[in-house]
Design a binder for this molecule. Structure first.
Ligand code: A3P
Length: 289
C-alpha cells in the first residue's frame, strides 16, 4: 500500500495522481463566480455528472452537445480534476475563458479558500455509502492507481479503517455538511438523478443559470443514460470504460455486504452523519436497509 499511496494532512492519496507540491500550489487557485464546479467522492457518479455538466455548458455556449462544434471542455482546457496536474496548472487556468469546468474529489478543508469566498457555484454529488464502497471495491481491482484487494472482506475492513485512498467517506460527508446550507452549493444524490434524470438535469441547469428547451433537456438526459455513456466509453474514457461504467444502479451493495458489515456501516453512518442535512438527503433507510 505504501508504494501506491501517500498521506497528506491525514488523508491517503494515490501517488500516481497527486503530489504535495500540487496540493500546495492549489492553495493559490482563484475561483470565479461563473466557474462550474462538481464536488464528489470517488465512485459517487462523478463521471456521470461531469458529462451532464459538460453538455449544459455546451448548451450555454449555443452548441449542440455531442456535435462536432461542441469540443469537450476536457479536450479544450485543462484536465478537469482540479487537484490533478502540475504546479503550473493554476497559473494556466487563470488565463482560461469562463465558464471553466472542474471536478474535485477533495473535502472542503483541502480546497482553496477562494472557492468559498468568491461564491463559485458548486454542485455537490453524494451517494449512499454502501454502494460507494461496493463500487470502490470493483474500481480498486480494475485500476493500477490504488491497491487491489483479493476479497471484498479485506477491502471493507480497510475502507472502514480509513486505510483506502481519499479518506473516510463518512468523514468526507460530515465535512461537506458544514457547507450544505450555503446558497452557492447545490447538493444532489446519485439516487435522485437515477430516479428522475430529467428533473435533476432541469434543477442543475437552473442552479447554474442555463436556460434549456425541452428538446435540449431530452438530449442531455439521453446522452447521460448509463447505456449511452457505457456505449461511448471507449471514445470518452478509453480502457477505463469498463471499470468506470460498471453497473450504474442502486443497491448492488446487497450482493456484497454481510449482515455484520451492514450493521457496521449503519453504526458509522449513525455516528457521523445521520440526522444532518446531508444525512437526511441520502435517505439512508430507503437505500441502505
Ligand atoms: P457502479 O460501480 O456502482 O456501477 P465515479 O464516476 O465517481 O467514479 O462513479 C462511478 C459509478 O458511477 C459507477 O457505479 C458507475 O457505474 C456509475 N455511473 C457512471 N455513469 C453512470 C450513468 N450514466 N448512470 C448511472 N450510473 C453511472
Amino acid at each position: 500500500r505504501d508504494q501506491l499511496l501517500f498521506s497528506y494532512k491525514g488523508i491517503l492519496y494515490p501517488r500516481i495522481l497527486y503530489s504535495p507540491e500540487v496540493f500546495k500550489a492549489l492553495e493559490s487557485f482563484e475561483a470565479r463566480r461563473d466557474d462550474v464546479i462538481l464536488a464528489g467522492y470517488p465512485k459517487s457518479g462523478t463521471n456521470w455528472l461531469s458529462q451532464i455538466l459538460n453538455d449544459l455548458i455546451a448548451i450555454s455556449q449555443k452548441k449542440t452537445p455531442g456535435s462536432e462544434s461542441s469540443v469537450n471542455a476536457e479536450e479544450q482546457e485543462e484536465f478537469p480534476y482540479l487537484e490533478i496536474g502540475d504546479s503550473e496548472k493554476y497559473e494556466r487556468m487563470s488565463k482560461l475563458p469562463s465558464p471553466r469546468f472542474m471536478v474535485t474529489n477533495l473535502c472542503p478543508e483541502k480546497l482553496p479558500k477562494s472557492l468559498f469566498q468568491n461564491n463559485a457555484k458548486i454542485l455537490l454529488l453524494i451517494r449512499n455509502p454502501k454502494d460507494v464502497a461496493t463500487s470502490y471495491y470493483h474500481f480498486s481491482n480494475g485500476v493500477a492507481t490504488v491497491p487491489s484487494y483479493e476479497t471484498w472482506d479485506d477491502f471493507f475492513t480497510d475502507f472502514m479503517a480509513k486505510k483506502t485512498a481519499w479518506g473516510c467517506y463518512l468523514e468526507y460527508l460530515s465535512e461537506w455538511n458544514k457547507y450544505a446550507d450555503k446558497e452557492n452549493i447545490m447538493t444532489i444524490t446519485y439516487e435522485e438523478v437515477k430516479e428522475n434524470p430529467a428533473l435533476s438535469v432541469k434543477n442543475i441547469a437552473t442552479f447554474f443559470g442555463i436556460p434549456l428547451t425541452e428538446e435540449q433537456l431530452q438530449l442531455v438526459v439521453e446522452r447521460s443514460s448509463f447505456q449511452s455513456m457505457k456505449k461511448n466509453s471507449d471514445k470518452t474514457h478509453g480502457s477505463f470504460g469498463n471499470v468506470l461504467f460498471r453497473k450504474g444502479g442502486v443497491s448492488d451493495w446487497k450482493n456484497h455486504f454481510t449482515e455484520d458489515q451492514s450493521k457496521k456501516m449503519d453504526k458509522a453512518f449513525e455516528e457521523h452523519i445521520a440526522g444532518t442535512k446531508l444525512g437526511k438527503k441520502l435517505k439512508y433507510d430507503l437505500y441502505c436497509k
